[in-house]
Design a protein around this ligand. Sequence first.
Ligand SMILES: O=P(O)(O)OC[C@H]1O[C@H](O)[C@H](O)[C@@H](O)[C@@H]1O
Length: 300
Amino acid sequence: MTLIRRETFDDLPCWRVQTPDAELRIVEQGAQILDYRRHGEPPLLWLSEQARGERGQSVRGGVPVCWPWFGDLARNPAALLAQYRGAAAPFHGLVRTLPWECREQGVVDGVARLLLVCPQPESGLPGWPQAVEVALEIRLGARLEIALHSRNTGPRPVWISQALHSYFAVGDIRQVRVEGLDGCRYIETLDGWRECRQQGALRFAGETDRLYLDLPARLSLVDPLWQRRLCLETRGSRSAVLWNPWIDKAQRLSQFAADAWQRMLCIETANVWDDCVELAPGGEHALRLSLWSEPLAGDA
Ligand SMILES: O=P(O)(O)OC[C@H]1O[C@H](O)[C@H](O)[C@@H](O)[C@@H]1O
C-alpha cells in the first residue's frame, strides 16, 4: 500500500511517503527531500548522520532547493545579479530555509504525489522584488521524479539560476565514476573559474567543485562497491554541479562528519552559468529530474 504520513524531523514538520518498495521523507522547510531508499538496497540519497532539523537552517543532505539563484550570487550573470536589491545575498538563493506549503497530495495508481509551493509576499521575496511563483512537485513510484516549476506572473522578464542540490549516497567516493560527461565543457571553480573540457568518465581523487555545461539528458553514477548504477534523467536543464568537499573542506561544513566526504557525491541538476533561464512575462520553466537505480550487470 502507498501512503503519505505527516511527521516531524526534529523541529521541522515533514511527510513520510511509503510505497511497497520505497520510502522518502520531505521537510516543509525549503521543500527539501531528506532521504530516499528502496527496500533491499543502500539509500539512494545521502543524509548526514549529523543532520538536524532546525528552523532557518538548511539540512545537510537529501535535495535542498537552490532558487532563484545558485551559489554565490556574484558569480551569476549580470542581469540576474542586478535583480537583487537586498544586503548580503544568501548562498544558494532565498527559499531553502523558508516554510513551503503543501497544496496537493495524494496517491494515484500507486504513485504518491505532493505539490509544495513557496508562499511569497505581494512585493516578492526579501530584496528580490519579482513576481515569480515557485513550486516543487514530487512523484514517487518505480522512480523518484522531481520537478521545480517557476512561473513569471509579473510584467517584466526575470532571470533565474537554480539547482536541485542532490546529495547521493555512495559506497566509497574513491571508487565511483560519473558517466555522461565525456567531451563536455566545465567551469573549474577551484582553479580561477577557468573553462576546461572533460575527457572520459569523471573519477574522484580530491576536492571537486565544477559546473558542467552542455550536458546530455542522461548521467549515471556507477558504484562498484554497492554494485549499482544510479541513473539521472533530466529535462529543462543542460548543466549540473558536481561537488565533493574532500578532507579539508569537510572540516568547515555544518552538519558534516570529518569522514563523511567518503560516502556522498553531489550531482546537482541545474540551470547555471550560460544555462540560466530567462522567464518572459507569463513564461514558465520546469527543471525536472527522474532518478532510479539499476544493478551493475558485471560492467564495473
Ligand atoms: O554549505 P552549502 O551552502 O550547503 O553549500 C554546499 C556546496 O554547494 C555547491 O555544491 C557549491 O558548488 C559548493 O561550493 C558548496 O560548498
